[in-house]
Design a protein around this ligand. Structure first.
Ligand SMILES: [Fe+2]
Ligand SMILES: [Fe+2]
Length: 247
């Protein structure tokens, strides 16, 4: 039994390709086929695959049908986390999605999923992404403060959701956690954040995140071991469409 993770599939079987970079970048060429092949090689039916958000470009459930079908056909138990592009998934309607896709897909939001002794917890998360103001040498000398204030409110809302997920697992007796976020745990201005603090508070063993795609963004947040917690970026193009073995 193994646990795998990958994010940012940005499937578009029914919708026009919206990200121009995705269309031009070699890393994205036939990415669905690459992912399907790697999953078939790596993942057994008893394994779990956590998909950490930005599943589809579809704007609603009807426009995501074929994308979700593609995910359903991947091997193993599939657990999905919300990304900033997942318009089909209103956080408040997660229970309805879990009923609709029962036995096929699991939607992680305000709940948790067991994996042996571990609880898989998570939420979309958030981090401030600018705009930043740079000097001639490319150093950050300021940023849009209004946007940063808005960003802080989103971080608060998301940390409350994350706590709900941890508490649900804790109430059921879990003591070991793997924490999933769609957004990186820290912005490019931060070394720590309310998300890294919560990972430490509950003693999460690993923090898995995505959202940073395109080579220039691969090092936007924490990678590797920090204060005893292992941080991993699993965006699809970073992993070259090969799901990362987490446990
Ligand atoms: Fe993305
Ligand atoms: Fe994203």
């Amino acid at each position: 039994m193994s646990l795998y993770s990958i994010g940012d599939l940005h499937l578009h079987f029914q919708t026009e390709l919206k990200a121009r970079a995705q269309g031009k970048d070699r890393a994205w060429r036939d990415h669905e086929q690459k992912l399907r092949k790697h999953c078939a090689e790596l993942i057994c039916p008893e394994d779990t695959l956590v998909l950490v958000g930005d599943h589809s470009w579809g704007r609603n459930l009807a426009e995501c049908e074929q994308d979700l079908q593609f995910i359903m056909e991947l091997p193993g138990r599939k657990i999905l986390l919300r990304g900033n592009h997942d318009m089909f998934w209103d956080a408040g309607k997660t229970e309805a999605l879990n009923r609709q896709f029962a036995g096929k897909l699991c939607f992680l939001q305000d709940n948790y999923y067991p994996y042996g002794e571990l609880a898989l917890v998570g939420t979309k998360g958030h981090c401030f992404e600018g705009p930043f103001y740079l000097n001639r040498r490319g150093q950050i000398v300021g940023w849009d403060e209004e946007r940063e204030a808005g960003s802080r409110r989103l971080v608060e809302r998301e940390t409350a959701r994350l706590r709900k997920s941890f508490e649900a697992a804790k109430a059921d007796g879990f003591k070991r956690y793997i924490m999933f976020l769609h957004y990186p745990p820290t912005s490019i201005l931060e070394d720590e954040s309310p998300f890294t603090a919560m990972a430490a508070e509950y003693g999460a063993e690993q923090v898995i995140y995505a959202h940073s795609h395109g080579e220039a963004r691969f090092h936007d947040s924490i990678l590797g071991e920090k204060h005893g917690i292992r941080y991993r970026l699993v965006s699809g193009d970073y992993l070259k469409w090969r799901p990362e073995k987490i446990v």
